[in-house]
Design a binder for this molecule. Sequence first.
Ligand code: MN3
Length: 244
Amino acid sequence: MSKTSTNRRQFLKQTGKASIAIAAMPLVSSFTSKNYFANGDFQQQPLPYSYTALEPYIDAMTMEIHYTKHAATYAKNLADACLAEKVDTTQNTLADVLKNISKYSAKMRNNAGGHYNHELFWQLMKPAPSITPTGSLGDAINKSFGNFAEFQKAFGEAAKARFGSGWAWLIIKADGNLAVTSTPNQDNPLMDIAEIKGFPILGLDVWEHAYYLKYQNKRPDYINNWWNIVNWEVAQARYASVIK
Ligand code: MN3
């Protein structure tokens, strides 16, 4: 038996759920009950690098406008929605809100998703990272997709095929397996309304505001270049936080 499947069995045993089907929701919800972002996950956190740091793959003006205008607005509108809809941000995590998002307004859906997705996106990038994942996530990618190049192809196809605005994802599904998915607008795989649910390991913003100044209509070039700045340490940490 492989180490991965042993670990999965141990996980399922620990949750007290014998079957994959019954264990389906606990895997995701057990993670989402944690406050993933330090220092308050309802507020916009400082960008972990300068606006120029991801050049030449993402230009400084795009980073500045994306962070100070687009993402800041999601954070502000999320705060407004939490007040209006009586979400106690000291008692609930953002992920708690996302997994019950069908109970809230469209404003909450757009801005809770927008805020979570962008806070994650900033963390998932860094200048000059290691180019391929190592550790248990690297092993899981090879097992699920055959090899790293095949995974990149699948993820790139999901990002290219998302019509209009949205996100491409690498997620851990409730059965512990990896999957590539995409969501429209600011939805994400933690939401109870998501077509394919799971815990996001990687997320790529394919809204035009994320790339248009540099790439214009060439979304595939933006997607291909993004691999040069993926922070695999953060992705690995997210994976390891769910799959022990
Ligand atoms: Mn964006």
